[in-house]
Write a protein that binds this ligand. Structure first.
Ligand code: PMP
Length: 453
């Protein structure tokens, strides 16, 4: 078979066998799938040899680009030692070394590292830890959680229970546990009908009402610090996160920071909590931890939480949770190489110039006819498209305006994936200034031709 026939065969096999995530398969079957076969730096290449700028870091995971030598080598070296052994009843070298590195990276009070393998499991672990912490402390009744409207914490049922994105989560509502919801800090479409800064962050006061009424039932409050990502790149106003921390302390509610999307430099600091000097009780990390190479996640906890689980065997205070690939040595080796690169390449400093390019571009596209709002935190950005700028009337989601922009961009060599009417921009942190400008140019043109053409 020639290359073209091979490629057609792959396309057929994809359609025959793969059920793609978050994808209406009927539509997928009507299109020709883009199949990726290689990557380099911030580009991915399909089987026909077309290159695309990876505008969403391969779903928000890639940090240093594809085929990064140091990470490639670390995985290869680890393969030559051992690829997997269990953390249940055994330990392994990369898992230990990585745990120590994480301890130094993050506030020293979050020194206990519990491994799992994706963002959703990191959240499940955090929720279960928080729930059982209170039981072990002899406190009854804290059987619920609190979170925000528009929150997204993953797709397993515990994570969905604390989620707040209707379109993804509503169908599962009969299966979910009790979660009290506070308003989303979504200034452009304020749930309370107020305007920032005159509102003096009234959504915090609303959250306090929830805490005031239900704190005796709430084990923990979970939040995506600084930016609700999958909910539509919703950035919270300055002081909001700190205010949340204060409320959690005031009402003795554990604070879980879900830094799955924001962690590892995405917002311009290593962790988003650092922007407001907040230290949570539990922190969930995944995505960028391996530079976008391997599935790995950690849930970090304070000594206070960890110590509550210590006891005699017969006390049954053991944390009964663990996955087959927990602490996988290949993934931990990749993560160690990735963290070393943060030190070696000083990537956080290099972001200043790039975030400036991004911010200036956002300011410019805000002038477009159908751009209602632009939001960013470091290298995470969203452009909200609206039907009517004056009234903020949104496009009907069935119009798929976000997708139409993404398809247009794809024709011009840029891969992006929208969230409804919000265009998401989140390239690898290592992207060059020149490639970033090219990415933004193509996206701008795609917005203009889709919404004004
Ligand atoms: N939490 C947040 C904040 C996320 O953005 C995501 C994924 N987008 C998750 C959790 C779930 O991670 P995963 O897809 O690896 O399960």
């Amino acid at each position: 078979m020639g290359i073209i026939e091979d490629n057609r065969h792959l396309e057929e096999l994809d359609k025959k066998y793969i059920w793609h995530p978050f994808t209406q398969m009927k539509e997928w079957l009507e299109e020709t799938p883009v199949i990726i076969s290689a990557g380099r730096d911030c580009f991915i290449r399909d089987i026909y040899g077309r290159w695309y700028l990876d505008g969403v870091s391969s779903l928000w995971v890639n940090i240093f680009g594809h085929r990064k030598k140091e990470i490639d080598d670390a995985i290869k070296e680890q393969v030559d030692r051992i690829s997997h052994s269990t953390l249940l009843g055994l330990s392994n070298v990369p898992a230990i070394k990585l745990a120590e590195k994480l301890g130094h990276l993050i506030n020293s009070s979050l020194s206990k590292v519990f491994y799992s393998d994706n963002g959703s499991t990191a959240v499940e672990v955090g929720l279960k830890m928080a729930f059982q912490y209170w039981k072990h402390k002899g406190v009854d009744g804290r059987n619920a959680f609190a979170s925000l409207n528009n929150a997204y914490h993953g797709d397993t049922l515990g994570a969905v229970s604390v989620g707040g994105v209707e379109i993804f989560h509503k169908a599962f509502s009969p299966l979910l546990f009790k979660t009290y919801k506070g308003p989303s800090p979504y200034c452009y479409r304020c749930e309370l009908g107020k305007e920032y800064p005159d509102c003096r962050i009234a959504c915090l006061a609303e959250l306090e009402k929830v805490f005031h009424e239900h704190s005796h039932e709430i084990a923990a409050f979970i939040i995506e610090p600084m930016i609700q990502a999958a909910g539509g790149m919703i950035t919270s106003p300055p002081g909001y996160l700190k205010g949340v921390r204060e409320l959690c302390s005031k009402y003795s509610i554990l604070m879980i920071a879900d830094e799955v999307a924001t962690g590892f430099g995405r917002t311009g600091k290593m962790f988003a909590c650092e922007h407001e000097e907040v230290v949570p009780d539990i922190m969930c990390l995944s995505k960028g931890i391996t530079g976008g190479y391997m599935p790995l996640a950690v849930t970090l906890a304070t000594d206070e939480i960890y110590n509550a689980f210590l006891g005699e065997f017969k006390d049954l205070k053991t944390f009964f949770h663990g996955h087959s690939y927990t602490g996988n040595p290949l993934a931990c080796a990749a993560a160690i190489a990735c963290l070393d690169l943060f030190g070696k390449e000083n990537i956080l400093d290099s972001l200043k110039e790039k975030t400036e390019i991004l911010r200036n571009w956002l300011k410019d596209v805000l002038n477009l006819l159908h751009v209602g709002d632009v939001r960013s935190a470091g290298m995470m950005a969203g452009v909200e498209l609206v039907k009517d700028k004056k009234t903020k009337e949104p496009y009907d989601w069935k119009e798929k305006v976000g997708w139409r922009v993404a398809w247009k961009a794809r024709e011009n060599g840029v891969f992006i994936r929208p969230l409804g009417n919000v265009i998401v921009i989140m390239p690898p942190l290592s992207i060059s200034g020149q490639n970033l400008k090219q990415l933004l140019k193509v996206i701008r043109e795609a917005i203009v031709s889709t919404t004004e053409g």
